[in-house]
Design a protein. Structure first.
Length: 709
């Protein structure tokens, strides 16, 4: 008893258990009286009510036991956030029973009104199970191993004492008042349920006061699961104890909270202070012990000292290294000052990829307003994936590459399992092929149904398995299209025109199937034979985005073909880095003649997918994010990563993907979710050698020969 009294956690759990069983002791008696006051004449008529209550307790216990994965404290697997939720459900059910009407039983027979007390008693049982099971589990988890039996025995002594006192109280409340036929209990059965509701509200307040972090955690988790299908992968890679730094990409306003929910151990996020506004967000940051900082030297210094102190105590610290939310959905360059911080942190770093937030109302997709209409009312799939831990002192630029690789595996897996990936493209083409427009080399317009018949004749739209159809990697095509979407910052109002040749590696994702993959109006034109045909193809629809080859820019810039007035974005796809000087000359002529600055997209020969791209100037997201760097092959897009050397990757202890054994340590390589190759597991990435290419600190691919010149 002294041990219970001196331990706040044990005392709180014991108090909750005592109150629960004290109320439960009289609940069965009150259910009997509720049935009598509702017109019941036999005990058998009470059975449905008792069965509903007991079944609810079992269901609530299963819910608490199944979904209680971990607690707030390190190493705990008991989620005390279910306690206030259970108390709230009990309060709602008790008040509903208190105001329920009569007529449940008429002439000794149940009526349809029996459904309502059965439902509310079932809900009362669910809340009771969710309330009691976490407290019982916490009591066993927090008790000293050598004194567990004594603690449980002491708790049982208090429980039976509480049940005895509750029975006396119930007897006092049911004492008849009055004489003869006018005698009535002091408090009716419905009045007792109202009293139970008040007690449940008191339990709710005490539970929130005793476990505020657990309460806020389950509240935020419930709100997140309403809009997102929340999934955490490879959390077994997070060390169970010891100092740790979790580095993550930053896509939306919700990232800081979902990172807390995803981490298998308590984590303290480093958050930009001005983003935490309002009393509710401030309360969340205080309870979850966020480390706030302002863009001032003193504030940054205090935050750095707090980080070092927390790591010395064995805490887990989470950092968004990009310095802000991405405006294009791509992983931004890490802040240069992070190298100074990482060199002073003696703790391993675990990369975390947040995938699925781009396009939501909480991201910068299609504007900055949080009130913008979402693209879909369906629940979005939100996946958080951990990667292998990096050694302490890893440079910020190398840590960024590790996050990009983890993000690429997440993209690959999502494209293999979601409807917008491999499962959706053939189905969309079968149902909506008539909406696809194609133009042949002679400038003749081809209907969507004719194009659809050609695809069917080629076997592209037949029944397919996980390995694709006829050698077509649908998941890779979807990953390439999504990368182009992020690099070009496409809008739902865009109309796409592609004049890539049929042999071009991107003619599938950015040509024939661009419409269903990108979700915009798409027109695919075969390579033009003459300038007149090219002009006819450019005028075939209100295109706003043109995907071309470098030679086609020369035709337009020399005045042999005119552009549509709606056109605002021109992207030239290169398959060889040696084409970059010729593209720059053609782009300069095109910009001078047409007033539109073309940008480059790079799809190395043999990869079959898009690796990097410069964002068009008309889609610039502002000074916050560097999206265009002339003289380069573009920024590496989501779904891909470029390692300066294979040896650098191996030095981090990262396992090789299939086929990487042939790469020498000094050879640069690219890994991509959209690259063509033999696919094994759903998460396999394809490796591609990149001789003569390198990647700078900002993530842009440079041609080494151009750099030397």
């Amino acid at each position: 008893m002294r041990r219970l009294a001196t331990s706040p956690q044990l005392a709180g759990a014991a108090a909750g258990i005592v109150v629960f069983w004290a109320v439960a002791a009289v609940a069965q008696l009150n259910v009997d009286q509720y049935a009598v006051e509702s017109g019941s004449t036999t005990q058998s008529e009470v059975i449905p009510l008792l069965v509903s209550l007991v079944s609810g307790i079992g269901i609530g216990s299963l819910i608490a036991g199944t979904f209680s994965k971990r607690g707030i404290d390190a190493g705990s697997k008991v989620d005390l956030g279910f306690v206030p939720v259970g108390a709230a459900l009990m309060a709602i059910a008790c008040f509903a029973l208190a105001v329920s009407g009569g007529g449940v039983f008429v002439a000794g027979s149940p009526t349809l009104r029996l459904v309502f007390p059965v439902f509310w008693l079932g809900l009362l049982g669910v809340g009771a199970g969710m309330f009691d099971v976490p407290l019982e589990a916490s009591m066993q988890e927090k008790s000293p191993p050598g004194r567990l039996a004594a603690v449980l025995a002491s708790t049982n002594l208090l429980v039976f004492a509480g049940m005895f006192l509750a029975s006396l109280g119930y007897y006092a409340l049911r004492v008849p008042v009055g004489e003869g036929d006018l005698a009535r209990p002091l408090l009716s059965a419905r009045g007792v349920f109202a009293l139970f509701g008040l007690l449940s509200l008191a339990e709710l307040c005490v539970a929130v006061y005793a476990a505020p972090r657990a309460t806020l955690r389950i509240l935020v988790r419930g709100l997140v699961n309403l809009r997102y299908r929340f999934c955490v992968r490879r959390d077994d890679l997070v060390p169970e104890k010891g100092p740790l730094v979790v580095i993550a990409n930053h896509i939306s306003w919700l990232d800081g909270f979902v990172a807390v929910l995803a981490c298998p151990r308590p984590i303290r996020m480093v958050v930009f202070g001005p983003n935490i506004r309002g009393r509710f967000l401030r309360m969340l940051s205080d309870q979850w012990q966020f480390i706030l900082f302002d863009p001032r030297p003193k504030s940054i210094g205090r935050a750095m000292k707090t980080i070092q102190t927390g790591l010395s105590d064995g805490d887990c610290i989470g950092i968004f290294c990009e310095g802000g939310i991405s405006r294009t959905g791509q992983i931004l360059p890490f802040k240069r000052g992070l190298d100074w911080i990482f060199q002073r942190i003696e703790a391993p770093m675990t990369p975390l990829s947040i995938d699925g937030m781009w396009g939501s109302v909480l991201s910068f997709s299609e504007g900055t307003s949080l009130l913008k209409w979402p693209r879909s009312l369906r629940r979005r799939r939100l996946t958080l994936t951990y990667g292998p831990s990096l050694p302490a002192g890893t440079p910020a630029s190398v840590a960024r590459l590790a996050i990009q690789e983890v993000a690429a595996t997440a993209v690959r897996r999502r494209m293999r399992t979601t409807r917008r990936g491999s499962r959706d493209i053939p189905r969309w083409c079968r149902r909506h092929g008539r909406r696809i427009v194609a133009i042949d080399a002679c400038g003749q317009r081809q209907t969507g149904r004719e194009q659809q018949r050609q695809w069917q004749a080629a076997g592209l739209l037949e029944a397919f398995d996980r390995d694709g159809i006829g050698g077509v990697d649908w998941a890779g095509m979807a990953a390439t299209a999504e990368a182009f979407d992020g690099g070009c910052v496409l809008r739902r109002s865009d109309s796409l025109l592609s004049t890539l040749t049929a042999e071009h590696p991107l003619s599938g994702p950015l040509g024939q199937f661009a419409g269903p993959l990108l979700g915009v109006h798409g027109i695919w034109a075969e390579p033009p034979a003459t300038a007149d045909v090219l002009e006819a193809q450019l005028a075939c629809g209100p295109a706003t985005v043109w995907i071309a080859e470098p030679g086609q820019l020369v035709i337009v810039s020399t005045g042999k073909a005119s552009l549509p007035t709606q056109l605002s974005v021109v992207v030239a796809v290169l398959t060889d880095a040696a084409e970059l000087p010729a593209f720059e000359e053609a782009a300069a002529l095109f910009s001078q003649a047409c007033g539109i600055t073309p940008v480059v997209a790079f799809a190395p020969a043999g990869c079959g997918g898009l690796l990097s791209m410069n964002t068009p100037p008309t889609r610039n997201a502002g000074d916050h994010e560097l999206t265009l760097k002339p003289g380069t092959l573009g920024r590496v897009l989501n779904g891909s990563v470029v390692w300066p050397t294979a040896g650098l990757r191996r030095s981090l202890g990262l396992a090789d993907w299939a086929g990487m054994e042939a790469f020498s340590d000094d050879q640069p390589l690219a890994l991509g979710a959209g690259f063509a190759g033999q696919r094994g597991d759903a998460e396999d990435l394809v490796a591609l050698p990149l001789d003569g290419l390198t990647v700078d600190h900002d993530g842009f691919v440079e041609w080494a020969r151009v750099k030397k010149r």
